[in-house]
Design a protein around this ligand. Sequence first.
Ligand code: PEP
Length: 250
Amino acid sequence: MARKKIIAGNWKMNMTPSQAVELVNTLKPLVANDEVDVVFCVPAIDIIPAMEAAKGSNINIGAENMYFEEKGAFTGEISPEMLVDAGVKYVIIGHSERREYFAETDETVNKKVLKAFEHDLTPIICCGETLTQREQGVTIDFIRQQIKIAFLNVTAEQAAKAVIAYEPIWAIGTGKVATTEQAQEVCKAIRECIAEIYDDATAEAIRIQYGGSVSASSAPELFAQADIDGGLVGGASLKPDFGAIVNYNK
Ligand code: PEP
């Protein structure tokens, strides 16, 4: 069965609650495309107002992060139960900015992935190499390591429902998009890694996004690749351009 594309916006630390409502209202008619799953991953404080504003549309509101404990003395963190209660279905885990600025590791990513599945949340699991790693020819080895640790103790049934976002760090927010060949090569390697860990059926089912300066002009070619099942979009998800990205197939 063909995999349904999933195109997610990552708002990062942008948009106050009232701006979030305005942006959802602006984008609502522009992202109407039932052939793809559309997700807006928004700051925690925007989740409830954005959810209200998105009611009746095809927009799913997701989170940008969550903690791996159930509840308790973890000041400032958001629990999976809080997300579920707010109606969230998708959560970004291990974005490179979380790894770089907030000391997230492959091990904490794995804990969060396991916890997300415990609560029936779909994790959008981020991986990606630095420019040095790419230049040294260790990209695939590095990504395979990130994937293997992220999926430790995750069952095949859970893995089949996961989303992986391949985001070369050098392409995030820089305007430098990986070439279609580079993006497809790594997404294919990720699928092969999933097949090795699990089986071919799981690898065929899992959705793999490309992320890194995706724009309305680069999206159609990227999303046409055999192993690229959509995108994780930062900057362009805050603009009407996101409508053109979501409607890349029209
Ligand atoms: C991201 O934040 O995941 C991202 C890919 O950002 P941008 O599209 O701005 O490069």
